[in-house]
Design a protein around this ligand. Structure first.
Ligand SMILES: Cc1cc2nc3c(=O)[nH]c(=O)nc-3n(C[C@H](O)[C@H](O)[C@H](O)COP(=O)(O)OP(=O)(O)OC[C@H]3O[C@@H](n4cnc5c(N)ncnc54)[C@H](O)[C@@H]3O)c2cc1C
Length: 463
């Protein structure tokens, strides 16, 4: 791509109109929209340490078994062109031989998504009066100034921007056990290290900590690479993500839910699911019906009910809301039926390095869990949502210097509801700094997937 990459310390023009921090899917969508909407020549700079744009964590996998968990027909990056991803798949012949109507409902390999975003970014760049530059470095610190915002890179180079959009995305939770960081790298692999997981496939037993979407990713990757050993899945609740389903749509009016307290909502949704199933409609269609209201459902809970939701309901919500393709679910279920995959409801307590491998000790609420000896452990504990535990140095600096504060319930960073303006440590919105994506989880709850990101990206780009 013809971007101006790798700016050096000798560059004396480190001024830009818009700085975007993070070049995963969200940052690329912001850049794309800023290029599309530019009315006059301007300079947009995207800071991303990875050498390939738009992959971030979700779309960095090259493996065909890692599927989108949203049907292709709903994955457009452009709010005003809902079929845009589908158009890309057809035009590029990425998925050969599948008619458009069928493709819209399919869960296609995730690797196509980053290629799609990069192609759309390139097209927007060619047509725009604005210029996009990519700096292949992380932003280490930033601070508001009288003219805008100053950004510092880790080599102490500074940039000045009139506006900044933070699109720093997801960071993984560390393994929840003391001493985990000292484990030999070949024996402790992150689920998002897609190649590293595949390399583990073989005869050794393995343990996966966490039972959500990243666990499913790891299991299908191991199976595709011919793993023969057992797979122990440990998690505090041991609930597996549930599958998507095809079928008729329910038609109930979800608006009254917004006025109900949490307990009544849960009862109502369970009732709607039972009614749907009795009519031969999959329960999943109830979740699909309320999907567009995800943010309103969160705001409309009072603080105490939000806390109750986080304590008692979220684990059930997650497996019903963040579903996986039926084929992936069937594969995980089959491995469990065969005994190769064993699920344990347990909290990981200790990990001991021994000659024979790693010995895991877990604490189970119901019965004792015998020590498990495995060749390696895969960390699939998922996205870190607590601001104070995030390991991104930029987030730590923003919090430490009072330019940001944790969002409601300590989740993500606090932002204004409508515009996503970063709120500082004194509670003051900073109009020159916008936030998109999962960092807004405490304010919006639903702020992770493309249907939300594409809307936020357009708003943030327009300023
Ligand atoms: C495994 C997985 C699968 C998913 N599947 C789907 C799906 O099928 N459909 C869907 O809609 N959503 C899916 N999601 C949700 C997903 O989070 C979003 O779709 C999207 O990928 C998020 O993009 P992002 O850019 O916000 O974050 P990320 O992908 O985390 O990217 C953030 C980027 O910011 C960069 N960065 C961080 N800090 C700095 C810094 N200080 N300076 C410069 N750069 C920085 C990082 O290097 C990274 O490239 C999935 C998520 C995961 C984890």
């Amino acid at each position: 791509m013809a971007y101006n990459r790798g700016m050096t310390a000798s560059d004396t023009h480190r001024q830009c109109d818009l700085a975007i921090v993070g070049g995963g899917a969200a940052g690329v969508l912001v850049a794309l929209q800023a290029l599309r909407h530019a009315q006059r020549p301007s300079r947009i700079v995207l800071f991303e340490p990875a050498s390939v744009l738009a992959e971030g964590i979700a779309y960095a996998t090259p493996w065909p078994e890692h599927l989108l968990n949203v049907p292709a027909g709903k994955m457009s990056g452009l709010p005003d062109q809902p079929a845009d991803f589908l158009d890309y798949l057809i035009d590029s012949q990425a998925i050969a031989g599948v008619p458009r109507e069928l493709l819209a409902d399919q869960f296609v390999p995730r690797r196509h998504y980053a290629a799609y975003l990069r192609e759309r970014l390139e097209q927007a760049r060619e047509r725009s009066v604005a210029v996009l530059e990519v700096v292949e470095q992380p932003v280490f610190a930033l601070a508001p100034t009288a003219q805008g915002v100053q950004l510092r890179l880790d080599d102490e180079v500074t940039w000045n921007a009139q506006r900044v959009v933070l699109a720093c995305g997801n960071s993984m939770r560390p393994l929840p056990v003391p001493g985990a960081e000292a484990l030999p790298p070949a024996q402790a692999v992150e689920a998002w290290d897609y190649d590293g997981v595949r390399v583990l496939a073989g005869d050794d037993d393995l343990a996966i900590i966490g039972s959500g979407l990243s666990m499913a990713d790891s299991v299908v990757a191991l199976a595709a690479a011919g793993h023969r050993g057992r797979i122990f899945v440990l998690s505090r609740h041991a609930l597996l993500p549930l599958p998507h389903a095809h079928g008729a749509a329910v038609t109930f009016d979800p608006q009254p839910l917004l006025a109900m307290p949490l307990r009544q909502r849960v009862r109502e949704l369970r009732g709607q699911a039972r009614t749907a199933v009795a009519q031969g409609i999959p329960w999943q269609s109830v979740m699909d019906r309320i999907r567009p209201m995800g943010q309103a459902l969160w705001w409309s809970l009072n603080e105490a009910d939000q806390r109750r939701f986080l304590r008692h309901v979220v684990r059930y919500w997650d497996v019903h809301r963040h579903r996986i393709a039926e084929s992936v679910h069937a594969q995980v279920a089959e491995l469990e039926r065969s005994g190769q995959l064993q699920r344990h409801r347990a909290r990981l307590d200790t990990l001991l390095v021994q000659e024979s491998g790693l010995q895991l000790h877990g604490r189970s609420p119901n019965r004792g869990l015998p020590p498990l000896t495995v060749g390696a452990v895969i960390n699939a504990t998922g996205v870190e949502t607590r601001a104070l535990s995030m390991r991104n140095p930029l987030i730590q600096q923003l919090l430490a210097d009072g330019h940001a504060r944790p969002g409601p319930h300590g989740l993500g960073l606090d932002t204004t509801v409508e515009e996503g303006g970063l709120i500082d440590g004194h509670g003051q919105p900073q109009p020159a700094i916008r936030v998109v994506g999962s960092l807004r989880i405490g304010t919006l709850w639903e702020s992770l997937a493309i249907p939300e990101l594409r809307v936020q990206a357009e708003q943030a780009a327009r300023g």
